[in-house]
Design a protein around this ligand. Structure first.
Ligand code: SAH
Ligand code: DHB
Ligand code: MG
Length: 215
């Protein structure tokens, strides 16, 4: 019998099937709905993680008992709110965003979701903000400019505690992972170097989620 790899390059995951499973397992309450819906409503690209990836982030952080998380790329705060819900009330999620409009919208959504005590939005370029963050942390979620994923992965290798998580969205790089661009090459380095410090697997979400557990 053929295993699921025989479906490589095709997909059982139609929009309708994905919507149904999202609704069944990862529905939005008002806090999540605001963060998910406000980008489109305010002319910002709606490029947040899907509902299932968001719920997966929550569950993975719970599984490792995370208390401190760093996110690179906030947008409107959707994934930050998903992750913050895995943390204890005195936990901390620092999320980095260089676009002032995105950061302002995220702060508003985070406040409305009741997460202002847990989530801190740091405004600035990630490569400049990261050196000011003191590790160790329990997890790093990378979801910003794809051409710097290799740098972000190196920061994570230095700052994630043993047993903590590396999470990298868009690890298929929109299907262009094997392409000639500098960004594709940086994304491949991210994958390859991650293996040096983490036990890794690429989870085939629509655009891939690289998961690493720090050795
Ligand atoms: N994680 C969010 C989506 C992030 S979209 C979610 O799932 O809800 C990527 C975000 O990264 C955008 O808001 C973009 O402005 C920001 N970004 C891109 N390059 C950046 C950089 N070098 N430093 C900080 N933020 C960056
Ligand atoms: C884009 C960025 C993302 O992080 C994502 O998950 C989807 C799309 C983008 O830049 O188009
Ligand atoms: Mg992404």
């Amino acid at each position: 019998m053929a295993d699921n790899s025989s479906r490589a390059g095709s997909s059982y995951m139609s929009r309708e099937v994905l919507d149904w499973t999202n609704q069944t397992h990862a529905p939005h309450d008002s806090g999540l709905a605001a963060a998910f819906d406000t980008p489109a409503a305010t002319g910002i690209p709606a490029i947040m993680v899907g509902a299932s990836e968001g719920k997966l982030l929550t569950m993975l952080l719970k599984l490792v008992g995370a208390r401190t998380v760093v996110e690179i790329g906030t947008l409107a705060g959707y994934s930050a709110i998903r992750m913050a819900r895995a943390l204890p009330a005195d936990g901390t999620l620092i999320t980095i965003e260089f676009d002032a409009k995105h950061a302002a919208l995220a702060r508003d959504n985070i406040e409305k979701a009741g997460m202002a005590k847990v989530i801190r939005v740091e405004e600035g370029r990630a490569l400049e903000v990261l050196p000011r963050i003191a590790g160790p942390v329990d997890a790093v979620f990378i979801d910003a400019d794809k051409g710097n994923y290799d740098h972000y992965g190196r920061w994570a290798a230095k700052n994630v505690r043993q047993g903590g998580l590396l999470l990298g969205d868009n690890s298929f790089y929109f299907g262009k992972l094997l392409g000639d661009s500098n960004e594709a090459a940086a994304m491949r380095r991210f994958h390859e170097e991650a293996r040096e410090a983490f036990d890794t697997v690429n989870i085939p979400t629509p655009d891939g989620l690289l998961l690493g557990v720090r050795r």
